[in-house]
Design a protein. Structure first.
Length: 487
């Protein structure tokens, strides 16, 4: 993903300070090294970890100190920094608060405020729990407004082209904008099903409520059973209202399907979704809804609270599914001051890395790795992995967030022999613009039972051919198998 020109100068200054002499040695990476002949830039290193008085040993390296884009391998840095800051059992809390009093008739004589706690996995179910707990507290009507407060961070200024474009329209789910009060990963969801008969419009309903909470522009037609289903979905903003525009056709016998598209205003999306939950719970809102970047008044008291899932569970989603919204929201939480920016979040990760001896330079402009301007080296990434290996209380949660090729959620990583697939835990990173990036980093177990770490960063250029995962993972699996067998 391309980075905006407004932050490019800062990146160049950081990266200019991070250049180190490059050392080339393909020992151990005989198969992978052939990619350099095609013009790809590679930084690779595999090494055993020291234990029981035995020092570690480098098994293979290709310019291990070279600074390249790690793409979503950046999320391993985020995971380590988050575990270091909060520990595996930390939970983010979302509250409904108010300064108003509740009268004997269940009327709250003022505003109801959702205090966005920065939970990166807040869902409609959590909002429903808040609505139920508010009802249990005796609230039946809110005389004032429903106000969603994103004072911790949000709306967060975009620094990449896809997120900037999503402010007005989005045809995907991964470019969601960021807020400390976002819900459902910053995505609207609608369910698309065939109409009652051929020729009728498709039936479009909300995934999250009995009534529609986002405007629908339905241009989909139901066609005869057995025909192909083809449609497109785009979230657009029209005069400040968000609209799901659907075009195409669906077969009469097609199964209903959920469609997710990034919201252009996640705090407002939360307000509309929560308003629908309150309505279903029998709680009326008298003066509509609003969003704010101001914190709740000091006099506000909690009326309902919901705690999110433990950090170790959040990291499974961040790492296994490479969830960009969750990653960047977690990174923004690392910033202590309110009104956090992505660049400050990146600096918080860099501050953590600065405490790792022998890591070397790193540039982080976000926690997700959505931009090619993030920079690290294979040697540096392995230093991060090794540091977490020696942190007994954190390592189980950290390594559990990596995928096993044998049974991970991503099928494309199932490369190599059963020996390799059973002995690796890894995180991958993929970018295609403005040039191709394929990155992989993780742990392996040698035949002897010793642990090792490996990182391979492959970056294309404007003149290199197309790069796919098979071109990287197949030779890497061959090289790692030799290393595992030899030790």
């Amino acid at each position: 993903m391309l980075i905006r020109a407004a932050v490019r100068l800062r990146y160049l200054l950081l990266f200019g300070l991070s250049l180190l002499p490059l050392v080339a040695s393909a020992a151990g990476f005989a198969a992978l090294e052939k990619m350099t002949e095609r013009g790809f830039l590679i930084s690779a290193e595999a090494r055993l970890l020291g234990d029981a008085g035995r020092p570690g040993e480098v098994l293979g390296a290709i310019e291990p100190g070279r600074q390249l884009s790690p793409a979503s391998v950046s999320k391993a840095y985020l995971a380590a920094a988050a575990l270091d800051r909060w520990g595996p059992q930390h939970r983010f809390t979302t509250r409904l608060v108010s300064s108003a009093e509740l009268d004997a008739d269940g009327v709250l004589r003022g505003d109801l405020i959702l205090d966005g706690g920065g939970d990166p996995a807040l869902t409609t179910e959590d909002l429903w729990r808040l609505a139920q707990r508010l009802h249990q507290a005796g609230v039946r009507e809110v005389e004032g407004r429903l106000v969603v407060s994103q004072w911790r961070f949000g709306p967060v200024a975009c620094i990449t082209t896809d997120r900037c474009a999503a402010e007005s329209r989005a045809a995907n789910s991964y470019s969601a904008l960021l807020s400390s009060a976002g819900v459902n990963h910053g995505n609207w969801c609608v369910n698309v099903a065939p109409g009652a008969s051929a020729g009728e419009p498709a039936r479009v309903t909300s995934c999250d409520s009995q009534s529609l909470i986002v405007e629908i522009d339905n241009r989909m037609e139901t066609r005869a059973a057995g025909t192909a289903t083809e449609f497109s979905a785009e979230r657009i903003t029209r005069e400040e209202d968000e609209v799901m525009l659907l075009r195409g056709h669906i077969a009469l016998n097609a199964a209903p399907r959920d469609v997710y598209r990034a919201s252009g205003d996640p705090a407002r999306q939360t307000a509309r979704t929560l308003a629908a939950m309150l309505e279903q719970a029998g709680i009326a809102i008298g003066a509509g809804y609003a969003t704010t970047t101001e914190p709740p008044p000091a006099s506000a008291h909690a009326l309902a609270t919901v705690e999110g899932r433990p950090l170790q569970e959040l990291l499974l989603q961040v790492m296994n599914y490479s969830n960009n919204f969750m990653a960047d929201v977690l990174a923004l939480n690392l910033v202590d001051a309110p009104r956090a920016t992505l660049l400050q979040a990146g600096e918080a990760i860099q501050d953590y890395v600065a405490g790792l001896p022998d890591h070397g330079p790193v540039v982080m402009l976000s926690g997700s790795g959505l931009t090619t301007e993030n920079r690290t080296s294979a040697s540096g990434a392995n230093t991060l992995l090794e540091s977490m290996f020696h942190r007994t209380s954190l390592f189980p949660s950290f390594v559990a967030s990596f995928q096993s090729p044998a049974n991970g959620v991503s099928r494309f990583i199932r490369r190599g022999s059963p020996l390799v697939q059973d002995r690796l835990m890894l995180k991958t990173g993929t970018l295609n613009q403005p040039y191709a990036v394929r990155a992989v980093s993780g742990y392996f177990r040698a035949r002897s039972g010793r642990w090792g770490v490996f990182t391979v960063l492959v970056n294309g250029t404007a003149s290199t051919p197309w790069l796919n995962w098979a071109q990287v993972l197949d030779p890497l699996a061959q090289d790692l198998e030799r290393m595992i067998e030899a030790h």
